[in-house]
Every structure is written in structure tokens, then in C-alpha cells.
Ligand binder design. Sequence first.
Ligand code: NDP
Length: 293
Amino acid sequence: MQLLDGKFLSAQVKAEIKAEVDKIKAEGGKTPHLAAILVGNNGASETYVASKIKSCEEVGFKSTLVRLPETTSEAEVLSHIEALNNDADIDGFIVQLPLPSHISENTVMEAVAPEKDVDGFHPINVGRMCKGLPAYISATPFGILEMLKRYNIDTAGKHCVVVGRSQIVGLPMGILMQRNTAPGNATVTICHSRTHNLKEVCQSADILIAALGRPEFITADYVKEGAVVIDVGITRVVDESKKSGFAIKGDVKFDEVAPKSSYITPVPGGVGLMTICGLMTNTLLASKKAIFK
Ligand code: NDP
């Protein structure tokens, strides 16, 4: 078993981005600038946004945080989006999900200008990705592809099972794994809560990507000997022994699955760190106008 080490890889990717940013600045170019809109006080969202801002500092980007109260109306959020769309200094921005229930996530995602949609959630970016055209690829699938690539994991002809079909993780992951490129060319099965015989389907996976948000759901009996196991799940569970009062759990029962797998991502220290690298890479691409000319 080999660990897919997100800590090591993310440091490597960030160092590469920083070297490029340093060069842009040395040549008198514009500093890449990422903005984030955070609505409300969701604890996990606060943590994610804080680490995105910290990562901006690490790679030499400018960052701006637009913090809005829980009671902000959808119209007010849309007007902040409009302002960022029109702000020439902002290369890309994200609206941290989830949003309070009175705000439609689809309406918000569609309001972000596609050329600044560094989360890759706008239908134009999703559609372009499906067609294999240049697009911002959503950060988590992007980070997973980067891990597979940097560990030289051969995916061609392999059976890849993705558990979860969300718009931001499962669905794009499945589409990307079947593309005629590397990593890709896998035979993909996307599973969800209505899938029959989930365990048997997972047992046939050469590459198993768990993105269902059910802590430690994938136990050893779901996993084929020698499979590559990617754990996307991040769930806070109560743990009185921790200072914070909670522990972070993945969707995979690591201790029993690890000995059966050829490669496996830990949680924390795996996919989450690579997701932030996906966002940083997309922001750099936005600042270079590399996707939308
Ligand atoms: P969603 O809740 O949007 O989607 C979960 C998916 O899993 C759904 O498609 C659902 O099926 C499916 N599912 C749920 N329970 C089961 C089950 N028992 N059997 C089979 N399928 C099931 O979650 P996200 O995709 O947003 O996130 C998934 C996990 O990944 C979460 O823990 C989240 O915190 C984490 N995450 C981690 C990131 C990272 O950077 N590491 C980034 C984003 C998310 P159905 O569609 O039928 O409801």
C-alpha cells in the first residue's frame, strides 16, 4: 500500500504556482487576484475559506473576502457577484457553498461570469468540460486527477467506480475519468443512493472514488484487493477527546481498507489539500486568460 500524500503533493504544486507568480511579478505583470464570497457563519465553510486565503498568500496571489451575514437576500448576493464580475482587478472568484436555504445555488452559480468562475460550476464551464474544450474544471476532481497523474497511476481501461453524483464532485469526476486523455480512458460507473448492490459494484472497482459524505461507509468488504482508493469525504463528527470537540472523518474506513489497497488517500491530508491546489491553478489560468481568451 502506498499513501497518496496530499500534503507532499500540494506543497509541490503550490511551489510551482509560486515560481510562476514570482516570474509574472518580476516581469511587471499583474498579481493574480482571487475573491471569495462567504454568506453566513457555517463553521466548516469558515475553515475552508480561511485555508483558501492562506493558500493565496503562500503562492503570492492577492485575495479579497466578501463576508455577508446569514440574512443576506439572494438579490444582495447577486449584486455582489455583479460587482466582482465587473471588477477588472479580480481574475476569479468563488461563492462558498453551501448557501443559506433562501438562496438558490443554481441562480448564484449562473450569475458568476464564466471567465471568472474558477470553481468551474457555471453551466458553460461544465458543458465545455463535457465536450473536452478548455474549461475551468471544478477543484476537487481537478485535484484528484493531479494526484493520479503525479503518482503515475495508469487509469486506461480500468474500471473506475465513483460513489456520489453531486454536481461539484461525483458527476464531473465520472466525466473526467472517461475522457480520452490521461488520466482518463477508464470505464466509469457512477453510483448514488438508489444504486442496487452498491457493495458488489464497488468490489469490481480498480479505482474507487468515494464521495458520498457518509463517514467510514466504505469498509474493507467493499474493496477489491489492490484497488486504488480515493476518499473525498470530509465529515465533522463529535469527538470529545479533541480540543475542537470534533474529528474529521472520510468516507472510507482507512485502517481496514488501507492494507487491501495499492494506493489510498488519507483524511485529512489527501484530497482536501489537492482541492485547494485546483482552485489556485484555476486562478492562475484565469489571470493568464488561458481558458477564455
Ligand atoms: P452531496 O451530498 O452533494 O452528494 C452525495 C452523493 O452521495 C449523492 O449523489 C448521494 O446520492 C450519494 N450518496 C449518499 N449516500 C449514499 C449511499 N448510502 N449510497 C450511495 N450513494 C450515496 O455531497 P458532495 O458531493 O458535495 O460531497 C461528498 C463528500 O465529499 C462530503 O463529505 C463533502 O464534505 C466532501 N467534499 C470534500 C471535498 C474535498 O475537498 N475533499 C470537496 C467537496 C466535498 P443521491 O444523489 O441519490 O442523493
